[in-house]
Ligand binder design. Structure first.
Ligand code: SF4
Ligand code: SF4
Length: 302
């Protein structure tokens, strides 16, 4: 379910310029929004030649056509944060999907989830054949980033031009730059940075984090602390967390992206009906995640 939504959103994001939802034609210097050319209803020529066009009308047009839509776009992440916390990061973000795939691949190639972590002691991980994943990694990083770069160039280069370049095999400078630039960016972020980017750099993540943090009623993963005596301390919930959150901790961690992987991991350990985590809007102080309810001893405040 989560993978499906991540892949679907990634595909949608790549298709935005090709569906004419939003793109800037750098050749014709024209912004297109939902298939329509976007511009102020007063042209620069009219402004300079007609003294009757008051600065008030120009300011109004500019506010309605440029500032207001942009504020609407910017409001998306704070509003998401208010209601769903960092849900977008865990369920929709294309970069999040890429970073999780990089974690998955690194574990199979190097026996560790990232180059900064210790090797796994899990025999299943260590006894696995590595070479098929090495081949997969080589193919993936050789093909995927440049293809993504070419597709993303659709935001600035008309799609029919891109098709023409591909057909003739003679790429423009802009297309080459997009392919090379995106390749360098994706390799650096997915090999060396990964979820540290989500924690410390991404502005969209930061906005969701702050607004989700301020609002008590936002979506979160709750731990059934009053049933913590059923916890086997297997730590599966911590191992699956790619954001390095300790989900049993009484303190809410602002890095949690509400992915629900800890919910699934605990259900695998304790049975479908017996998991100790669940999604919840808001915090019930009397029963969940409440540090005033004593730990049973099994569950450390990690
Ligand atoms: S604590 Fe659970 S829901 Fe939050 S990021 Fe970690 S695995 Fe995902
Ligand atoms: S909460 Fe569940 S997954 Fe986490 S250590 Fe306890 S039993 Fe294991």
């Amino acid at each position: 379910m989560r993978r499906t939504s991540q892949i679907a959103f990634f595909a949608f994001f790549l298709l935005i310029p090709y569906l004419n939802i939003l793109r800037y034609d750098s050749y014709g210097h024209q912004l297109f929004l939902f298939g329509m050319p976007w511009h102020l209803s007063i042209s620069l020529k009219t402004i300079s030649s007609n003294p009757n066009v008051s600065s008030l009308i120009i300011a109004r047009e500019f506010f309605l056509k440029a500032i207001l839509p942009w504020l609407g776009v910017l409001a998306f992440f704070p509003v998401m944060g208010l209601f769903f916390g960092r849900f977008f990061c865990g369920w929709l973000c294309p970069e999040g999907l890429l970073f999780e795939f990089a974690d998955w691949l690194t574990l199979r190639v190097l026996g560790r989830r990232s180059i900064y972590r210790r090797r796994s002691t899990d025999p299943e991980v260590n006894n696995r054949r590595r070479w098929p994943y090495v081949v997969l990694a080589i193919f993936f990083y050789a093909l995927f980033p440049p293809v993504i770069g070419i597709l993303l160039s659709g935001f600035f280069i008309p799609p029919e031009k891109i098709l023409e370049y591909i057909k003739t095999g003679s790429f423009s400078f802009g297309l080459k730059s997009a392919a090379v630039g995106v390749t360098i960016y994706l390799i650096i972020t997915s090999v060396f940075v990964r979820h540290q980017f989500c924690k410390y750099v991404c502005a969209a993540g930061l906005m969701q984090m702050l607004f989700g943090w301020f609002r008590r009623g936002s979506l979160r993963v709750a731990f059934l602390r009053q049933q913590s005596d059923r916890c086997t301390d297997c730590r599966a919930c911590e191992r699956v967390c790619f954001m390095d959150v300790k989900p049993r901790s009484p303190k809410k961690n602002i890095n949690c992206v509400n992915c629900g992987e800890c919910i699934i991991a605990c259900r695998k350990e304790l049975g479908m009906q017996g998991g100790l985590f669940h999604f919840k809007f808001g915090k019930d102080l009397k029963t969940e995640n409440d540090s005033t309810i004593p730990d049973t001893g099994k569950v450390k405040a990690v």
